[in-house]
Design a protein around this ligand. Structure first.
Ligand code: SAH
Length: 210
């Protein structure tokens, strides 16, 4: 079984430099977010299957997305696609509040139970269509989307403070680019972080359900 310290070394070699992000990756036990039979793989640097045909993201991608957001401790962050809750837990270490939206109620409930277990008290969860964001708590200081869309839903533009950052995988259903989009008054300034492969963001402003 790999140890968390080996994973941290790998992340550093891959270019994760933000000490706060590395510390969060060190502190949050990834095995808590995995099904029983996969817990021994927790510190391998790869995505793994979870319930409802979804995946827990690769640690490198979690770290890269988190680093790109440049979070401050006063920030309120919107996350779309709670999934296992692992990325949510990492974010919760680095900001004031995480608002996280999950389409599958079952997954959201399991994640909520994990947040309670780890006493992560700055996470608000809701079940619903995250392609519409979460208007009640807008505007946000950062938005992170952990499922892939063909294009950036307009709700994220409306719900993000100008000058702030969105990280989102954009592309086809099989492969995408991880996009860092900085919002200005009139649109997005986009750059590509890397190629990636996420499950589909399904909803009104994303993919249609199969
Ligand atoms: N960050 C998660 C990734 C989970 S995979 C982790 O590391 O565990 C992506 C998640 O997005 C899935 O749980 C899927 O159900 C969810 N999802 C897909 N479409 C969604 C939508 N419209 N709103 C909210 N969540 C959505």
């Amino acid at each position: 079984m790999e140890h968390v310290q080996e994973l941290i070394e790998t992340l550093k070699q891959q270019g994760i430099r933000d000490e706060r992000v590395l510390k969060a990756m060190q502190n949050v036990p990834r095995e808590i977010f995995l099904p029983e039979n996969l817990k021994s793989h927790a510190y391998e640097n790869r995505a793994l299957p979870i319930d409802c045909d979804q995946t827990i993201s690769q640690p490198y991608i979690v770290a890269l997305m988190t680093q790109a957001l440049q979070l401050q401790s006063i920030d309120r962050v919107l996350e779309i696609g709670t999934g296992s809750g692992y990325q949510t837990a990492i974010l919760s270490q680095l900001c004031k509040t995480v608002y996280t939206v999950e389409r599958w109620e079952e997954l959201g409930q399991i994640a909520q139970e994990r947040f309670r277990q780890l006493e992560l008290n700055n996470i608000e969860t809701v079940f619903g269509d995250g392609t519409l964001g979460w208007p009640e708590h807008a505007p946000y200081d950062a938005i992170i989307v952990t499922a892939a869309t063909p294009s950036i839903p307009s709700a994220y533009f409306e719900q993000l403070t100008p000058g702030k950052r969105l990280v989102i995988p954009v592309g086809g259903s099989e492969a995408q680019e991880l996009i860092l989009a900085i919002r200005d008054e009139t649109g997005w300034e986009c750059s590509t972080l890397c190629g990636c492969r996420f499950v589909k963001l399904i909803g009104e402003q994303g993919w249609k359900a199969d």
